[in-house]
Design a protein. Structure first.
Length: 104
């Protein structure tokens, strides 16, 4: 009987330690890899490739407000919010800022 209680106790502690009261801080990079990577890393469906300013320039010429509207509402093949439905506008802006950084 003791090994079973020991196993249950250890299992309970492991499960509880996995719970965190603090949500992880989001970054533009983490949002990108969660929701944007599959299209913007390779240019799938005409999506501008991350860090390729030549591809982004025509969009930037229209203004970041238009880009943000397209991100929130969806544009052509891109779903609203890039399928990051729990992303705030600030989260989407961070993802956009990350996509505009030059690749290392």
């Amino acid at each position: 009987m003791r090994p079973i209680l020991f196993f249950i106790s250890i299992s309970s502690l492991l499960l509880l330690s996995a719970c965190s009261s603090e949500p992880q801080e989001r970054t533009g990079e983490s949002i990108y890899y969660q929701s944007c990577f599959s299209c913007h890393e390779r240019g799938h469906g005409g999506a501008p490739i991350r860090g390729n300013m030549e591809q982004w320039q025509s969009r930037l010429d229209k203004g970041q407000e238009i880009i943000m509207t397209n991100m929130v509402e969806g544009y052509k093949g891109m779903p609203p919010k890039g399928a990051c439905f729990d992303c705030s506008d600030a989260d989407l802006q961070m993802a956009l800022d990350f996509m505009l950084l030059p690749k290392e």
